[in-house]
Design a protein. Sequence first.
Length: 129
Amino acid sequence: MDQPSKRVLIVDDEPALLKMMGVYLTRKGLDVTTVDTTERAWAAAETAGDVAVAVIDGTMRGLSAEELGLRLLAANPAARVLMASGYPVDMSRLEAAAPGRVGFVQKPFTPQALAEAVRRMLAPEKEDV
């Protein structure tokens, strides 16, 4: 495959927000997988290592958002993690583990703000979102 992946994995436990993010980014031409738990996210990522960007709600139950992010970054050297939260999130471990491959988007956000944040994460690929 000559083109880098544009697969986006979205992890959020708010059903309406998860649906909105998935629909909007799909309309922007991205291949989107949505899941409502970090455990399902890890299973989805394990079966398809081509995740370009993982958008992770910063306050998930179970496997922490930080741990999921660290696993994804370690498993796929091309992956990027975009944390999304309305609360402060300590991203120092993620940033230390993968400098330049981690971002943050403040909730609540508009669909356009989400698309722009994902586009910035994909910027090294020089593709339009």
